[in-house]
Write a new protein. Structure first.
Lengths: 534, 361
């Protein structure tokens, strides 16, 4: 373990922490309030270059490979089968998440269901269960495998991606037009379907696309469930057969599917319009006694399956394994330490990469900036397993010294989670009024000083909180870590995966519980955000 | 203001500015302004929203580049066409809308911000004498250690003023600083601000869309319409001798009647009256009639006959809306005290002073 745990980011990116947003100055003109500092633009381009490198490299390698090997890999009947399987899985998980998520959101927002506040947290909590941990629980306790098992686990863990935005949209929706429709002769159901449903459809669509993206890149669950989708096949081609061309072709197919979803999401995305002018919430739909029982039972069942069941199974396994002295305490602690270090290092790199783009995106609404921001979202469309593969091949070709080092792994985390970090930087900086910067400038501060003394100071807590969330997300990462980690180094996720692979469920249980603890923090934050005061 | 040996605090010549629109387009907002503000004066730039007054302020502060023209601050050129001095090197104070205090600094540190280099101020330490002096000047010395979130709107504006005055700028720009406050507070604060500016000897430029504010506070008022200065003058000048019908209507209630000029008199629906003339009036002009320039009488025979159409009682005065007999022109008449007439009463109306005539276009 000679590699340093803290990344040595290239100087250009490290500088971005100190580089301010600002305007050109002096004799070159003021640059206007809405013109970016050239340095900031350069740094943003650097970020995009770093983020795009793995994908561009993979594409280049595929194009440079012997054509017959590529076409051979592409035209295998098995390849078509894998692609179909991944698409079927995506359809199943997305459909299931919509079927559960939209009615859940309705129950949470528009009815007088008892203990709604509690149900609200319960609806977000599945986010605290890493999918492969849920998969481990289901595999160890039930005979479920394959397609059904994969879809079940994915639906359970990813439904909050639909529930939360739909519930938020329902709160914002203008229900007075539903009232008007009622007075004009529509029944309650038709009024809801024709007036309110169109208002929440964009949120449901965005949520569904998130689930789709999540499913396409999902590795752990499908591997544990032994479902032949693209992601485990990439892993097998990489580590089992060392068939470079096959691994690359399968990877690019994954990227293609993921980008398709990202493009669809951006095309369907609508600006959030706060339609309701009145502040008061509409009167809730009154559930009958039977309605209460049915709704509570349904929500309770989903919650038990998504959260209660994995935690229950893992605790049960843990107790058994503690009794049987199967817990590897030293290794567990070492893995936890590595995981935390890697998480924070990855978050720092992701945030440094995100700063120039996020600052620009907060202050500029030009097409160039929008393009740069979109380009960083490539990370969103890059399944972890593909990034891992690409970084491995890239390092072997360009910088073999970096191969299987912590440094490379941390850089990969940075690339993977830049979109998340951009979002938090953007939001935090956008909340600092530009008038504060104007005041600072007239009081004798240069653009750089304005950033360090005002904008950066005020935005810092938000940026740090965003970095914290990224760190916790990094700690759960499985496929890229699995491919890139230095030999002999465990993280919580990789060790859990190894133990699950040999069906050592008892030994895996403490890792699973620790990962749930790690993931619970961002899930609770997320549950609070759209909820506000309910 | 007598002849000063110093150059004016602010001198603007042929200033043009554009605002970046969508894509690469630019919308010209200021079309060649000329303006001089002598040292120690408070000038109000008055205009409706969208007239370019905020753009002017941003160009003067150095936050937006000009496209053409010159700006001199106390004899020092800060804008020469698109070339300009950065805001931090201009010595201009800015009091933004809604105060915009630095939320992470307490009141004293906000005021000291323009005085010190980074990190010279300390939280909770003793307040530097200069900062205390400024806080006393704006009347809130007891708030030195409050955070901005603990201040009321009026207090925040006082801090913003102290912060802007701290480095003794050549010019203080006030960007509608009272618009977010409620009416009573607004009146008190603007009087105080005027006193503070006078006491500190600062030159001020106040941007506003509120004519009451401009007329009551400023030494002179500059009227800005669609990016052009229409008139610059003392409050009483722009009120009683407006340059155009637009100015007449923007700075206060008035009625406009067509009139024919002949020597020093104008003939309109109210008869032939003594008149003053704005520049550019031909033989036909528009007569500006302020409500307080007319008097109503119940006795027939004197003046022109009219019918009372509406009565608006305002406590200290009463506003009548009347309709002249004949062509039916509508006029507003204000009288001190309670209403003497009711809707439908037949009255006669006479002008009590010389009337002002502006060009018809």
């Amino acid at each position: 373990m000679s590699a340093p745990a803290v990344p040595s980011a290239p100087s250009g990116r490290r500088a971005s922490a100190r580089r301010p947003f600002g305007r050109s100055r002096g004799s070159r003109g003021l640059g206007g309030t809405r013109r970016p500092h050239p340095l900031l633009l350069v740094l943003a381009f650097c970020t995009v270059a770093v983020v795009a490198t793995p994908l561009v490299f993979l594409l280049g390698e595929a194009l440079a490979a012997p054509v017959e090997r590529i076409t051979g890999a592409l035209l295998r009947p098995r390849t078509l089968q894998l692609m179909t399987n991944t698409m079927l899985l995506t359809l199943g998980a997305t459909g299931g998440a919509l079927l559960i998520g939209v009615p859940t959101a309705f129950l949470l927002v528009r009815t007088n269901l008892v203990a709604r506040r509690w149900w609200w947290v319960a609806a977000a909590l599945p986010l605290a269960i890493p999918s492969y941990v849920a998969g481990l629980a289901w595999v160890s306790a039930t005979p479920l495998r394959g397609y059904v098992g994969s879809v079940l686990v994915l639906v359970l863990v990813s439904t909050p991606y639909v529930t939360l935005p739909v519930a938020a949209a329902l709160r914002r929706a203008d229900t007075s037009i539903e009232d008007v429709a009622r007075t004009l002769g529509l029944g309650p159901v038709r009024a809801f379907l024709t007036m309110t449903l169109p208002q929440i459809a964009p949120a449901a669509g965005a949520g569904a696309l998130l689930v789709a993206l999540y499913t396409i890149s999902e590795f752990g669950v499908v591997a544990i469930m032994r479902y032949p989708a693209l992601t485990p096949a990439v892993q097998t081609a990489f580590s089992g057969t060392f068939n470079r061309e096959l691994a690359m072709v399968l990877s690019l197919m994954l990227v293609f599917l993921a980008l398709l979803v990202v493009v669809a999401e951006r095309a369907l995305r609508r600006p959030v319009t706060a339609l309701r002018v009145r502040g008061d919430a509409p009167p809730p739909v009154r559930l009958s006694r039977a309605g209460h029982i049915v709704a509570s039972t349904a929500l309770g069942t989903v919650f038990l399956a998504a959260v209660g069941m994995p935690i229950g199974v893992l605790v049960h396994r843990l107790i058994i394994s503690v009794a049987g002295r199967e817990v590897e305490v030293a290794r567990l602690l070492a893995a936890a330490r590595t995981t935390v270090l890697l998480g924070f290092a990855g978050a720092v790199v992701a945030t440094l990469l995100a700063l120039p783009v996020g600052i620009l995106a907060a202050r500029q609404r030009t097409r160039l900036v929008a393009g740069l921001e979109t380009a960083t979202f490539l990370g969103h469309g890059l399944p972890g397993i593909v990034l891992g593969l690409s970084m491995v091949y890239l390092s072997l070709k360009v910088a073999p010294a970096l191969y299987q080092t912590m440094t490379l792994l941390v850089i990969a985390y940075g690339i993977l989670y830049v979109p998340k970090a951009v979002g938090s930087v953007r939001t935090s900086v956008a909340q600092v009024p530009e008038r504060l910067e104007d005041a600072a400038r007239t009081l004798g501060r240069t653009p750089v000083q304005t950033w360090t003394e005002v904008t950066g100071r005020v935005a810092w807590p938000g940026i740090a909180a965003g970095a914290m969330l990224v760190a916790l997300t990094v700690m759960k990462e499985l496929p890229a870590t699995l491919m890139m980690r230095p030999t002999g180094v465990d993280t919580l996720a990789t060790r859990l995966w190894q133990l699950t692979d040999i069906a050592a469920y008892g030994g895996a249980a403490p890792y699973g519980l620790m990962l749930i603890a790690v993931a619970a923090i961002p899930a609770l934050v997320l549950a609070r955000q759209p909820g506000g005061s309910s | 203001m007598t002849n000063h040996p110093h150059p004016p605090a602010l001198s603007v010549r042929g200033l043009q500015a554009a605002f970046p629109g969508p894509g690469r387009t630019e919308t010209t907002v200021l079309h060649g302004l000329d303006l001089d503000v002598p040292e120690g004066e408070l000038l109000a730039v008055l205009g409706p929203s969208g007239c370019g007054k905020t753009t002017l302020l941003r160009v003067l502060a150095g936050l937006l580049p000009a496209t053409a023209g010159q700006v001199d601050l106390a004899g020092r050129r800060v804008v020469d066409g698109p070339v300009s001095v950065a805001p931090e090197r201009r010595g201009v104070g800015l009091v933004p809308q809604e105060a915009s205090l630095f939320p992470h600094l307490d009141v004293a540190a906000n005021v000291a911000f323009g005085l010190s280099r980074p990190r010279l101020w300390k939280r909770r330490g003793p307040v530097p004498p200069r900062v205390m002096e400024l806080l006393e000047m704006v009347g809130i010395p007891e708030l030195a250690h409050r955070m901005p979130s603990e201040l009321s709107g009026g207090q925040a504006q006082r801090v913003a003023l102290a912060r802007a005055l701290a480095p003794e700028p050549a010019l203080v720009l006030l960007d509608e600083p009272f618009s977010a406050l409620d009416a009573a507070l607004r009146v008190r604060l603007r009087t105080d601000v005027r006193e503070v500016l006078a006491a500190s000897g600062a030159t001020g430029l106040l941007v506003t869309h509120d004519q009451d504010e401009a007329l009551s506070v400023a030494d002179r008022v500059a009227l800005l319409s669609a990016g052009q200065l229409v008139q610059v003058g003392t409050p009483s000048e722009v009120y009683s001798r407006p340059a155009t019908a637009w100015v007449a209507e923007f700075v206060g209630t008035c009625s406009l009647l067509r009139g024919t000029l002949e020597g020093d008199t104008v003939t309109c629906a109210l008869g032939t009256v003594e008149a003053t003339c704005a520049e550019g009036v031909g033989s036909i002009g528009k007569v500006v009639i302020r409500p307080e320039q007319l008097r109503l009488s119940a006795r027939p025979g004197i003046g022109v006959g009219a019918t009372v159409g509406a009565v608006e009682y305002a406590g200290h005065s009463t506003l009548y809306r009347i309709r002249l007999h004949g062509a039916g022109e509508k006029l507003a008449v204000r009288e001190q005290g309670p209403a003497r007439f009711a809707v439908g009463d037949e009255v006669t109306v006479t002008p009590t002073a010389a009337l002002h005539v502006v060009p018809t276009t």
